[in-house]
Every structure is written in C-alpha cells, then in structure tokens.
Design a protein around this ligand. Sequence first.
Ligand SMILES: Nc1ncnc2c1ncn2[C@@H]1O[C@H](COP(=O)(O)OP(=O)(O)OP(=O)(O)O)[C@@H](O)[C@H]1O
Length: 322
Amino acid sequence: MIATPWTGPVIELQNLSRHFGQTRAVDEVSFLVPRGSVFGYIGPNGAGKTTSMRILATLELPTYGEAYVEGLSSVNDPDKVRKRLGFMPDSFGTYPDTNCAEYLDFFARSHGLIGRERTRRMRWVMDFTGLRALADKPIRGLSKGMRQRLCLGRSLIHDPSVLILDEPAAGLDPRARIELRQIIRALAADGKTILISSHILTELAEMVDRVGIIERGRLLATDSVDGMRRRTRESHTVAIRIGGANASDDRNTAVNMLSDMASVRDIETSKELIEFTLIGGEPEQIEILQKLCNARLGVAEFRVRDQSLEDVFLRVTSGQVQ
Ligand SMILES: Nc1ncnc2c1ncn2[C@@H]1O[C@H](COP(=O)(O)OP(=O)(O)OP(=O)(O)O)[C@@H](O)[C@H]1O
C-alpha cells in the first residue's frame, strides 16, 4: 500500500514547554509551518530557540506540550521523525583530519544509505552545496562558510523533507550569507519545509516567509515578513528637541502632553531630546506638531524616521536575558 502524503502542517508545536529548574527555557510555544515554507525563528541569546529546535529534532524531551513533524510526534515517534528531518546544530563537532567526502560518507552510512543510493546522495549533496571541488580537502582547512555548507550537506544527506537549521548564518561574511539565502530558497522551492533561527531579524528577512519572535521562552509575535514590514511603515521614531529660555519646563509639559496621546508609545527623554514611537503617519505627525506649537512650547527640532525591521524586533522584545 502506498502511503498518502501528509497534507497538514509539516511542523507543529503545541504549547511546547521545557523547564530547567526555575528557568522556563521554552514556555507554551505554539506555531505551524506549512509545506514548502520557511519559518524564521528569531530571538536574543537564551530565548529558547535551540531548546525548542532540539525537542523537534528528537534530541531533547519537553516538560509538556507537543512537537510534530508531518503529523508524527517527536516524543513518541522519534525514529520516524528522524527519517524525515535534517538538523543542523549551531555548533558541530568534526574530526579535523577527515576530508569532506569521508565526513558526508560517515553520515550517509549512519542513515543506512547503501550502494548506488549512497553514491547518488553523496554526489547530489556535494553538487548542491558546491563542495565537490573540496571533496578531498581536510575539514581543518575549510573556511567558516564552507564548514557551514558541509554541516548543511550532512543534514541533507538522507533527503529529509524537513530541515531545522540552528543559526546557520552566524559568522558568515556577506557573500556567504547571500549564497546561504540562495540555497535556502532553492530548498524551499524543491518542497522542503524549513525552520531557521537567528538573533537578527534582518539577517533572515530575505530568506523566510514568516517569522516568530521568541524571548525568555515565550513566542511574542508571529507574522509574515510583509506583515513585519507593514508594521515598520505604520510606525516611526520621532525625536523632538525643545529649546529656548524655558526649555526645561517646556520639555516636561511636552512629555505630559505626549503621554496622553494614543498614537505615542515608549517615550524616552535624554538631556536634550524627547524620543518616542509614533503609531500612524503624516496626520498624526501634524497633530502632534500643531499641539506642541499651539501650547507655545519651544520646539527647536522635530525629526521623524521610518522604523527598520530591527526597530520592530526591539519594540517586540524587552531585551531581558534569563
Ligand atoms: N541543559 C540545560 N540545562 C540548564 N539550562 C539550560 C539547558 N539548555 C538550555 N538552558 C537554558 O535555557 C534557556 C534557553 O536556552 P537556548 O539555548 O534554548 O536559547 P537560544 O535562544 O538558542 O540562545 P542562543 O541564541 O544563545 O543559542 C537559557 O537560559 C539556557 O541557559
């Protein structure tokens, strides 16, 4: 009997939680990734990315909650999940004197590949990752970018339908990062479903379809990259400098007025400037400027800049580390 292909979400986390003592490394995280799409898992150090990826990859058990790959539980069906999944860890051990071909051959054998099938997969991986010319080169002589390709190749050797990539872009130079982006997009176009993590939203923005922002174990926001970009268009960073003879009093009055406005968030004051996030566009900017001027406050400067994806990331996360 031929098994019917799985048509549900290819990756699914349901209230996934992992506690280490008092630390909630992963705290009720839920999301879905459909087939052929790339999900960017973004968060600062210690956010819980690696722990949740390791649970999905059958290397760690949750405290509670579920992780599924093509409908199979990573907890109850680890062997079946491993056949379908390739995991690229954030750091990987190598034998420095082993060459690239030997390294890939070792992993092909450990996945039970034999004969022509093993030769065919080795060839495909070396061609796809651009490692063919380096097949005989010892791993100790590889650049960071080439090592990353080798590790990606290792995770692809058994032709998995799902890839979990833990910070593959870390430490890559701009060219290697562009090449990684092309590789990821080619894999997604080939129908692979990919979960990829990073500290940096902009690093992944060009490679992923959706992002989830995680901090201190909690998933704080999920959105499409376009949705994230829309958030950047709808919010701006405004800096106002109040000058003149009554600068100090005027500044306090301005802060009080701004605090009462629905379009103003996250006010910060330094010696000279009042800075805040403005939710909205030109009408809101005009309204604020008119109110400050009508109150005859000494507005010496009013600067508006678009928010970047990094600003959105900083706004969503609080910067706390556990
Ligand atoms: N085996 C463990 N024992 C105790 N605490 C752990 C263990 N593994 C992870 N943690 C803690 O769980 C939290 C989440 O760690 P995790 O490695 O999943 O985060 P991360 O988002 O991948 O971080 P990074 O980007 O730094 O790799 C951290 O506070 C970490 O110290």
